[in-house]
Design a protein around this ligand. Structure first.
Ligand SMILES: Cc1cc2nc3c(=O)[nH]c(=O)nc-3n(C[C@H](O)[C@H](O)[C@H](O)COP(=O)(O)OP(=O)(O)OC[C@H]3O[C@@H](n4cnc5c(N)ncnc54)[C@H](O)[C@@H]3O)c2cc1C
Length: 275
């Protein structure tokens, strides 16, 4: 590892309240959940931060439940991919998140990587984000001063930029019941252990919902394409609308032209498979 660990300052709070007080009183620190994203930056010596806050022991941030009258599925911030895959409630409410979780990294990453880590890291290629976008999930943020709920659609302000304040932590994600059939597909260089070139989640219900990853600076819903399909447009028309609605880029993983083509193909595949 290129970063000397002796240069790092790590706080290990025992409770969530203590963690939030540390963030309020002691200044900004990078929260560590499963550390699968942060470790890569430490390994390559590209992590600018020196002050960290270990969330991993905080069991208050774990657990999957359907609180109150069962109107929402609440997933704790530290829930790992393995836990999502094994959860009966997630399999019932949000099978697309199970499908996405199965395709994240390998077994080691799935055992350690968390849902909140994927959200906060905010990569446009993050596999859970298109699912959370079509599910219209709400991210629960807490600071020492209180709690607020931010819809996933309002969380990102640009490439890997979020509205999460330095004194806030993601404590949970809440997902309402989704009307319709859920669908997820990730296209990468190979079938497993690959970062997405294009990733899509869709819901085929009274109002079709579609979100893509890796086609813009953030994961995006495609409202014009959704409206076209909701209004009875053909899949060919929707593909044309989609082509004008997303602006993928060329980068090390793929080309804009390939991404545009694959996005259109995924749209069609979703529409045909959920007919
Ligand atoms: C080999 C490998 C393969 C991978 N494959 C995939 C893949 O296929 N698909 C994919 O989407 N990702 C993949 N990843 C990326 C990574 O595993 C995921 O993004 C994972 O969900 C990150 O979770 P974590 O708990 O490890 O986050 P960490 O590394 O602990 O944190 C990531 C970021 O989130 C912040 N954070 C974490 N928890 C909170 C919280 N509760 N509140 C506020 N901020 C928080 C941290 O400060 C940091 O900025 C891969 C990574 C590796 C190393």
């Amino acid at each position: 590892m290129r970063t000397a660990t002796s240069t790092l300052d790590l706080r290990e709070p025992r409770t969530l309240d203590e963690a939030l007080r540390v963030l309020r009183d002691d200044g900004p620190r990078v929260p560590l959940a499963g550390c699968t994203d942060v470790f890569v930056t430490l390994h390559f010596g590209t992590q600018p931060a020196r002050r960290f806050l270990n969330l991993w022991p905080l069991d208050e941030l774990r657990g999957i439940s359907t609180p109150g009258d069962g109107a929402v599925l609440r997933i704790g911030a530290l829930t790992t991919y393995t836990e999502l895959v094994r959860s009966e409630a997630v399999n019932e409410w949000l099978p697309a998140l199970v499908a996405a979780s199965r395709e994240v990294g390998g077994a080691q990453i799935q055992n350690r990587g968390t849902l909140a880590g994927n959200i906060a890291n905010g990569s446009p290629a993050a596999d859970t984000l298109p699912v959370l976008a079509v599910a219209e999930a709400v991210v629960v943020l807490r600071s020492a001063d209180g709690e607020r709920r931010v819809p996933v659609g309002a969380l990102y302000t640009g490439y890997r930029a979020t509205v999460i304040r330095p004194d806030e932590l993601i404590v949970a994600v809440e997902v309402p019941r989704l009307p319709g059939t859920q669908w997820f597909r990730k296209v990468g260089t190979r079938a497993a252990q690959a970062i997405s070139k294009v990733v899509m989640a869709g819901v085929r219900g009274p109002e079709p919902r579609v979100a893509f990853g890796s086609v813009a600076a953030t994961v995006v819903r495609v409202p014009a394409t959704e409206r076209c399909l909701a209004g009875g447009g053909s899949i060919e028309e929707a593909q044309r609308v989609l082509a004008g609605e997303i602006r993928p880029i060329d980068d090390v993983r793929s080309t804009a032209a390939y991404r545009l083509r694959v996005a259109g193909n995924l749209l069609r595949q979703w529409w045909e498979e959920t007919a």
